[in-house]
Design a protein around this ligand. Sequence first.
Ligand code: GLC
Length: 536
Amino acid sequence: MTQLSGKLKWWQSGIIYQIYPRSYQDSNGDGVGDLRGITSRLPYIASLGVQAVWLSPIFKSPMDDFGYDVADYCDIDPLFGTLEDFDALVAEAHRLGLKVMLDYVPNHTSNQHDWFKDALEGHDSPKRDWYVWRDPAEGGGLPNNWKSFFGGPAWTLDEYSGQYYLHQFLPSQPDLNWRNPEVRAAMFEVLRFWMRRGVDGFRVDVIWLLAEDERFLDEPENPDANRQVVGGQIEHSTLLHIYTQDQPETHEYIREMRGVIDEFDDRMMVGEIYLPLDKLLPYAGTPDVPMVHLPFNFHLILLGWEAATIREFADQYDAECIKAGAWPNWVLGNHDQHRFKSRVGAPQYRVAQTLLLTLRGTPTVYYGDEIGMRNVPIPFEKMVDPAGLQQPDSPNAGRDPERTPMQWNAGPNAGFTTEGVNPWLPLAADADTVNVHSEEADPQSDLNYFRALTRLRAQVPALVAGDYRSLDTAHDDVFAFSRSLQGQKVTVLLNFGTFDRDLGSLAAGQTLLSSEGDLPVPELPLRPNEARVVLA
Ligand code: GLC
């Protein structure tokens, strides 16, 4: 890498690889993935050319929301292993040059957390005010119209005390009261606990939801309902969340949180935030008062898959990041969103993968996307995701299709778990061909294309640290841009359509990579669905 890219931090130059621990590798034959399984696969992860592994929650949990309902923030759930297993994972990752990021879930606990059990003891219990309580409305009933992301009201009555408690997700995921300084202190200790254990960073769950408006007013109707964010949410989208999301106090708490992260060297946090650009970038803070290192940019998931739409967004996002002094980042998939190969369609899969790995900013890769895993259809009777089960009328709400076991080989259970054991979610029907082992042997596989892209990033500093500029072409269905650094210029050409596209001098230079698996001469028009990277 050049000196310039050498100045970047690991979370700027590297790729983050997300693992859904239940689904990566089962080491003890119970059909659910675990920490020892992940540790055994770390050499594979290092071989992908990624820099950091982010683990979705592994903490003690009743698993109502598969770990996003935490009963003890400082212990590992026995399903996944022990603290010793975790230490071994971190040591092995670090030995291989990989950073380890955990999922920090500060907005809510499980109702099985000791804090909530204490809070249920009544008005005078020491932890009562650690959660958000309201009296029934005058005349009885719900305190206001706030809704849960998973459907139904965001309030559940505690019959013993006669008060309602707030939960933006399941009733078994009560919201913590971040206005209470004791809550903040306790939750910041959690961060220190893991950083002392060697954790390099955190993905912070629903960070834009931490605070609610103190007046507890009804939220207005959304004239534009039906947008889907986390897990379907048709009902949740019928309101405009002006009192439950993106509150000024949330920004304050994040500044405090950042102070805690900065007590340790070279750590970072990335925040889960589903907001439009003008509200998203403020979460990076300012160079003087920084907030999250990376506010997740989910726009490649949310925007229509068209060259012009994506170009327009990329131009605006890049410019705004520069203005704000923020480092950009890009995401195509995660455990809440359908697999991108299914979303954009198989012919566009490599265009999307190329885009993710060549735009300016940190890419996050969801496990299995590197081998081209697709949504696995899950019939309602096999569904386990609460978001799907609670919203039977929203056929897209379930997140099981993107959470199925990793496909390692063509053997029994695709190598995910022991032969004869039922994996917690069904395996993909195409696992005998779409798997790591088979794809390693095939030079033209999705896996080898992914590795070619990460190798290119390692070899061509402009792709990591270079400036971004979009380029005009005569074709609406082509998105072209350059990345330049100290005299080195790389052009990325993406054909979103199904016609040959002659790009003339834009394609001139030396072809470094093509999604077609060859190295075409510059005169050859961009073929249908082709992604090409050219050294100009
Ligand atoms: C986040 C997680 C999602 C979870 C929700 C509640 O959106 O990504 O999986 O269900 O928070 O914790």
